[in-house]
Design a protein around this ligand. Structure first.
Ligand code: BGC
Length: 358
């Protein structure tokens, strides 16, 4: 439709040769038109697999269904690269940029650039503080954190550790991600009163720069070393950070303790069903992508926006927002991820994990 036939044939050929993975790893959507009306700027592919495995496909599907041309690129955690991607998209005539910022400063600069070129921006998933986005589309992120805190408490009760003054460690997300601040506020609203009244003991507490899973592993290893392995539960802000803690515990041959997560990644859910992880949080990315796509289309067409259900203060302005509701996932309800088409059973229930799926 928006691409030369040779590309279509090339893609069909690659697919028939089983080489679609190779195209996907090129990190630019194959259905992109160089004249894309909407440009999606994803942040990276390592801090969470969600961006490439979920957001990309659901956003692509939403724009395709609406007949809007789009491009989806990934900055791989490089601010200059994200800026260049924004410039390129604007040069190609983008009317709307869906931005997942790498920090508020660089995000606000991209939004100013877009405004100067007559384009609109939507903060996708991460709020840009003091930015200019027309809309913010995300989940109730403080609620995500509360689910993590409540999940941790429930798991500590189930294991009997709750009444033994457990030491709770915290692995926060990137300090430059406003979401990480909200997740932290959420789980600390549950944990802090329990530290205060002496039910729990506050253990080591650290933010993981850029959500880097490798750094999280080192940080958690140091936490174990400092406490002589005396950590009884971990509030980890997403599945990647949770998995880092789980790997460090396994490497020291320590017993399973409740560890939280978020994103309902295949690995996170495997950890949950194996009992290595207490819970994860399912954020229905399909709904998030659809909500963002609808707003993008209304900005392009000048029609009335749909779905706005609140406002979010960005430090200067109230940004009209769509905030969706997160769902806690445990061993008991993980199958909703399959029925919802979020994960395939085969991605989770395989190899050593097959025996945990009944
Ligand atoms: C997102 C999470 C994700 C994290 C790391 C946050 O802004 O809301 O879903 O795990 O970034 O990419």
């Amino acid at each position: 439709m928006y691409k030369p036939l040779s590309i279509v044939l090339g893609v069909a050929l690659l697919a028939s040769l089983g080489l679609v993975a190779a195209t996907a790893s090129a990190r630019s959507d194959v259905r992109t038109g160089s004249d894309a009306q909407v440009a999606v700027l994803l942040p990276d592919s390592k801090s969470s697999v969600r961006w490439e495995t979920q957001d990309r496909r659901f956003l692509a599907a939403a724009f395709r269904a609406a007949g809007v041309t789009y491009s989806i690129v990934n900055a791989e955690n490089d601010r200059q690269r994200q800026r260049a991607q924004a410039e390129q998209a604007l040069t190609n005539g983008a009317k709307v940029i869906l931005l997942v910022n790498l920090d508020s400063g660089s995000g606000a600069a991209i939004e100013a650039l877009a405004a100067a070129r007559g384009a609109k921006t939507i903060d996708y998933d991460r709020l840009t503080l003091k930015g200019r986005a027309a809309y913010y589309v995300s989940f109730n992120n403080a609620a995500v954190g509360r689910l993590q805190g409540q999940g941790l408490v429930a798991c500590l009760k189930a294991s009997g550790a709750y009444s033994k003054k457990p030491v709770i460690a915290q692995l926060h997300g990137s300090p430059t991600d406003n979401n990480a601040t909200l997740f932290r506020q959420g789980y600390q609203s549950v944990l802090n009163p329990l530290f205060k009244n002496g039910t729990f003991k506050k253990g080591p507490d650290q933010a993981v720069p850029e959500w880097d899973n490798q750094k999280a592993l080192t940080i958690f290893e140091q936490m174990l070393a400092r406490t002589s392995n005396k950590i009884d539960g971990v509030a980890a802000a997403n599945d990647g950070l949770g998995n880092a803690a789980i790997s460090a515990l396994k490497a020291r041959k320590l017993k399973q303790i409740p560890v939280t997560g978020q994103d309902a990644t295949a690995q996170g859910v495997q950890n949950v069903i194996a009992g290595d992880q207490c819970m994860t949080v399912y954020k229905a990315i399909k709904a998030e992508a659809n909500a963002a796509a609808k707003l993008a289309i209304s900005l392009i067409k000048g029609t009335k926006p749909a779905g706005v259900n609140g406002k979010t203060f960005d430090g200067r302005r109230q940004v009209p927002s769509v905030l969706l509701t997160p769902v806690s996932i445990t061993k008991r309800n993980y199958k909703i991820l399959f029925t919802d088409g979020f994960l395939k059973r085969g991605e989770v229930c395989r190899g050593a994990y097959a025996k945990f799926c009944k």
